[in-house]
Design a protein around this ligand. Structure first.
Ligand code: PHE
Length: 358
């Protein structure tokens, strides 16, 4: 009796359709896999579908409203159908992804069982770079970087090394194959970054510039073709060689500990005058002489010197007012000596038996 009353009124029937529609859509949306979706299929089509059941009531409402209510019901059925199929596609894709999923925790677990710690770690050179940056920041220096592909001007000319200067032979350079030959190169040292810093910032300058360098060197026990340097630059008033020696002494003893045995040896660089090389007693043979130090007992860690006035001229700094020092140290070499690695190439081979020791 009550049903009869309800369905007599078209508005009631429409409301009823909407309620059933929303309930059905909600049930479909809550299906989490294809099995569950299958069990709700009877709601969508067939005699158990509550929406289709409502169709029988159409005949009980007045004929002029029947068409409108009929349209609401057809739309509702269509909506359910569409939602059901879209959900089917979504769940099919999910089950495919689930099937193809690779469980990396298994892989890490297997590494763990072999090496004890399957997690990745930073490369020792990266760790050293961070330690050096910290040491210099604590001394009041800032850290900067520059591009690895440089122009000839920054890598050579501005550093007082013109085109036919014999000192160019000190840096066997990789040139990029560009329209104008030998104009763009992979920087052979970090010194072009000090040029960039001096051109960009007003003195006083206290900064270090770590980064990768590239040379056409055949790798050997203490050289790599791609290696890392940390450049240092101080420009201020009344800076002298003592400041340079003190800075190097401070940072090398912070890095290695106080017990290294070091010396500064006169050297030549076109961009510093006077210039020196900083050497320490080879940590592999303790100075007795070995293959790594070519039987000299000493290992060179970097070059340094007072900035040449020609460099100041190139970057537009008045050398009557300002002066300063610069140094460039090999980070790979520092790591090699700290851990007494007899062959620097070991740092590039990614041999886990070596890498896992750091
Ligand atoms: N750029 C020099 C080199 O790579 C090192 C250096 C830097 C020397 C700064 C003096 C001053 O050999």
């Amino acid at each position: 009796m009550q049903e009869k009353e309800l369905s007599d009124n078209p508005m009631d029937l429409i409301k009823n359709i909407e309620t059933v529609l929303n309930d059905t859509l909600e049930i479909i949306s809550k299906c989490f896999n294809e099995e569950e979706l299958k069990t709700v299929a009877p709601l969508v089509a067939g005699k158990h579908s509550p929406l289709i059941a409502l169709r029988s009531r159409l005949k009980d409402i007045e004929p002029n409203a029947r068409k409108e209510v009929g349209k609401v019901l057809t739309d509702a059925l269509e909506k359910v159908n569409e939602t059901f199929h879209a959900k089917g596609q979504e769940l099919a894709l999910l089950s495919e992804l689930n099937y193809e999923k690779v469980d990396l925790t298994q892989y890490v677990a297997s590494l763990n069982s072999i090496y004890g710690n399957g997690l990745g770690a930073l490369h020792p050179v990266t760790v050293a770079q961070g330690e050096l940056e910290d040491i210099f920041v604590a001394m009041g220096f800032s850290v900067m970087d520059g591009p690895e592909a440089e122009t000839d001007w920054y890598n050579f000319e501005a550093l007082n090394i013109p085109k036919d200067h014999p000192a160019r032979g000190m840096w066997d350079t990789f040139y990029l194959n560009t329209a104008q030959p030998e104009t763009i190169l992979m920087r052979a040292h970090t010194s072009p970054v000090q040029v960039r810093v001096m051109k960009t910032y007003e003195p006083p300058i206290y900064t270090v510039m770590p980064g990768r360098c590239f040379r056409r060197d055949t790798p050997d026990a203490r050289h790599l073709a791609i290696f890392h340097q940390i450049e240092g630059l101080v420009i201020d008033k009344d800076i002298n060689f003592g400041h340079l020696a003190g800075t190097i002494e401070k940072f090398t003893s912070s890095y290695f500990g106080p017990n290294i045995h070091a010396r500064l040896r006169p050297a030549y660089f076109p961009f510093t005058e006077p210039s020196a090389e900083f050497e320490i007693t080879c940590t592999i043979c303790s100075g007795d002489g070995c293959r790594t130090c070519s039987n000299t007992g000493w290992i060179e860690l970097g070059g340094c010197g007072m900035v040449d006035p020609e460099v100041f001229k190139a970057v537009g700094i008045d050398s009557e007012v300002w002066n300063g020092f610069a140094f460039g140290f090999g980070i790979d070499r520092l790591v090699q000596m700290k851990y007494s690695l007899s062959d620097m190439r070991d740092l590039t081979e990614n041999d886990l038996r070596i890498m896992l020791q750091f």
